[in-house]
Write a protein of this length. Structure first.
Length: 478
């Protein structure tokens, strides 16, 4: 094995993958063998292997090819995943038995030999083939939107952790993370991911999936209580359901009766290895009207947040949405929209719909895009560049441009520099290599700066939020 190439690969993975995801799943990634046609990489446990393989295979292969190309090696290398300490030939034999039964790579029950795999299949209906009539009935009862799938979800740095966790749950419901708690602001894709989990499970198993909002759960509970039909309600929600997807869980705060009922639902389902997925606009500890034991239950699985999409993700959303709507938006106009509409995915899609309606059979021009967007996004109709951002940040913090572009690492200089990098990344089409050139910094420094500011905002740092808000108001003021 070439240790220099492997070290370079690991460093590149660390730079390009969300920091929390890397430290949780990829820190212990190791290499078993490296040839011109195949790399065999190892992970410490089956759950981690499932998550990485289902969500990051393509990205890791791209990084391998990127590193090899820089080394002057042109080879179509494939990537194979293995477990640490497991005989590779035995593992392949095991998967030959498992995979046809499961329908998807690495959706394993807890088995370790071909004999155990066959026995597990005989006694467990989890991945069994089911008849069409039953499948239709399960689909009808799920209340899922079939348009919300993983394929139609735009993945980026702002949602990578949540996306990977959702894929892991869909691959191994009741086993990977239970519960999965996805939280973030309005219109960022929480509900989309929740439906995608359900749709994926329906495609690969006969598990009974049920989606409902917390308001529907509360209303159903109250109606059952008043009409004396609690046994029917509990059968519907607990016993006739293998995967419960509950949206906007913050709705049950301060509702003691609903929380008590859901507490019992939660305990019964998780004790029977039934999957629960929850979404909220806040993390459990910030939902003040929840009981301590309810907060504790929500935090026992995995919490994954979704943040505001960065420029590249917004741009990809504009491009993909316009393709889905079967009309073409020129790239300069797509970049204009992505630069100026940065609140959430829903408003981006709304802008595209408005432009399509306004254009009708006419050509889509910048003037038309500006006219359509300006009444709705008056604070985001000014195009900015890196120089404007640098000057604005320097003026705000009382430092000079020379200070910012210099080598000083003192906090009064370094912090404004990091904010300038973050703003340039968020509000322009500049790539990381562009920012490295403009700020005369290496890749790791720029990446760290952007992530540090994003992490501070996600943790609700009040002073930082105030600085960013003031600077954005100043930049986009007409």
């Amino acid at each position: 094995m070439n240790t220099e190439i492997w070290a370079k690969f690991k460093a590149r993975v660390r730079d390009q993958v969300d920091g929390r995801f890397y430290s949780t799943y990829l820190e212990n990634l190791s290499c078993r063998s490296m040839t011109g046609s195949e790399w065999i990489v190892c992970l410490p446990d089956r759950a981690t292997l499932n998550i990485v393989e289902s969500s990051l295979s393509d990205k890791l292969i791209d990084i391998i090819h990127e590193v090899l190309k820089e080394e002057g090696i042109h080879s179509d290398v494939s990537l194979v995943f293995s477990l640490e300490g497991e005989n590779f030939e035995e593992q392949k034999e095991h998967e030959q038995w498992c995979l046809p039964l499961m329908g998807m790579t690495n959706k394993v029950t807890d088995v370790s030999t071909p004999e155990e795999a066959k026995a597990a299949f005989k006694v467990s209906p989890k991945y069994a083939v089911f008849d069409t009539a039953a499948a239709v009935k399960i689909r009808e009862n799920s209340h899922l939107n079939p348009n919300y799938t993983f394929d139609s979800f735009i993945k980026g740095g702002s949602n990578e952790m949540a996306y990977c966790a959702a894929k892991a749950v869909a691959a191994n419901p009741g086993g990977a993370y239970n519960p999965l708690f996805i939280y973030g602001g309005v219109g960022l894709g929480k509900t989309h991911l929740m439906h995608a989990i359900g749709n994926e499970i329906l495609q690969t198993s006969n598990l009974r999936v049920r989606y409902m909002t917390s308001e529907e759960f509360t209303n159903g509970f109250m109606e059952a209580l008043q009409s004396g039909k609690m046994p029917e309600f509990r059968t519907k929600v607990r016993r006739d359901c293998d995967v419960l997807l509950l949206d906007d869980i913050q709705f049950i705060e301060k509702k003691e009766g609903t929380q008590e009922e859901f507490f019992n639902v939660f305990n019964e389902m998780t004790q029977n290895s039934k999957q629960i997925v929850l979404t909220s606009d806040r993390s459990p500890k910030d939902i003040k009207g929840l009981t301590d034991r309810m907060q504790s239950r929500f935090m026992q699985g995995l919490m994954a947040d979704i943040q505001l999409p960065e420029f590249e993700t917004r741009l990809e959303i504009v491009r993909k949405k316009s393709r889905a709507e079967r009309f073409f938006i020129p790239d300069d106009i797509a970049q204009y929209i992505a630069s100026n509409v940065n609140s959430n995915v829903r408003e981006l899609e709304g802008c595209i719909n408005r432009i399509k309606m306004a254009a009708n059979s006419h050509e889509i021009t910048m003037a038309l895009a500006q006219r359509v967007i300006e009444p709705f996004y008056q604070t985001r109709t000014v195009l900015v560049d890196a120089n404007m951002i640098i000057e604005c940040v320097c003026r705000y913090f009382g430092i000079t441009v020379d200070d910012m572009m210099g080598k000083s690492r003192a906090k009064p200089i370094a912090h404004p520099r990091q904010i300038a990098m973050y703003l340039a990344r968020s509000h322009t089409s500049l790539s990381f290599p562009d920012l490295e050139r403009i700020f005369d910094r290496d890749h790791t420094t720029v990446l760290y700066a952007v992530r540090k500011i994003k992490d501070g905002l996600s943790k609700k740092d009040a002073m930082l939020e105030g600085d960013i808000r003031h600077l954005e108001d100043e930049l986009f003021r007409k």
